[in-house]
Write a protein that binds this ligand. Sequence first.
Ligand code: C6P
Length: 421
Amino acid sequence: MALTRALDMERIRSEFPILGRQVHGHRLVYLDSAATSQKPRSVIDAVSRYYEDINSNVHRGVHYLADQATEAYENARARVARFIGADDPRGIVYTRNTTEAINLFARTWGVATLKPGDEIVTTEIEHHSNLVPWQMLAALTGATLRVAPVRPDATLDLDALRGLISPRTRLVAMSHCSNVTGAIHPIEEIGRLAHAVGALLFVDAAQSAPHIPLDVKALDVDAIAFSSHKMLGPTGIGILWAKPEILEPLPPFMGGGSMIREVWTDHATWADIPARFEAGTPNIADAIAFVEALDYLDGIGMNAIREHETTLAGEALARLGEIPGLRIYGPPTGAPRSAVVSFNLFIDPADPDSLVHPHDVGTVLDAAGIAVRAGHHCCNPLMRKLDIPATVRASFYLYNDIDDLDTLVTALRNCREMFDR
Ligand code: C6P
């Protein structure tokens, strides 16, 4: 049964071949899209088509195939720019993933800009990818890292974050959407505060770009990072976007082919952006196939996807909340959130020691054909703050429907009974 009229679920499901398979004798219920999404047939075909038709290196050859591959690779860059509302494709830098995009920005902008006394502001709810690179940058430059705390209810303390932004701040680096709680953070407001003190806003959009219409101009962010694999595209391709005027004066990230203008034995000069940041043979096939993913998302419409997921998340919160002893971590009802739901099962809600270990819950769900993530979700500081080892996380996407939620709820009720015995 379709939950909303926003999407044609039958058609969408039929376009994702993996959703037709069985796991442990059950229909696969894939609720782990925050880790990586499934891929529609058009993306899978685009990868093979590239190797069958135009496989060649880019920006090097003088032959027909090299021209075709280069054109497709650069058209893909322009397509990504259009997807996020950026006017100039020179602001799009291909990386392997969000993690590499954040490290690239830290190692280029950060090393070129920061000095002792400067401050980077981030938050306790960040994925390690948006925390550790800033820790490393602070150690390298003598800058100070300030970290806004999470409240005991697992929401970000926005007042504390506002209070940390000062004339010493050079960069605020924060997630648009938490991969654990699904909270959507007010990046427009934080951006205004950052800009008022002359700082930049860097947004980790790994969990928002796949689910929320994004427009970098309307949001007025300075740089963002996201991963193709979380938004129907292939693994191995990520995006750093930054305003071209920010990228223009920066030094390269890595040295090698493609990123140079001229090389002598003792020095070199740099290519223009974005080539300056793309040393070596890039991931051509997956950059080109990423276009199919973006076309697929836009074909359905990011607003329709958001509407579908909001309805599904609302239903999930209500239904999961009825399971005795199930505790959900994250924003209060009505607060902006994505379709990521983290929770734990306690046999006795009043006794923290009665926690059913999330890995055990994950294993029971897996036996029923349900794929969720159980763990710390690369968010150790958040887990420490919540005083839990891990959570179970169900993350929904455009191909999930109410029957997936039904299956999850039934399996969780069974799981609770099993551990209560
Ligand atoms: N989160 C999850 O299961 P990469 O691995 O580089 O594509 O993305 C890193 C990353 C950065 N920021 C956020 C908010 C993320 O959620 C992730 C990836 C996955 O939650 C894998 S750990």
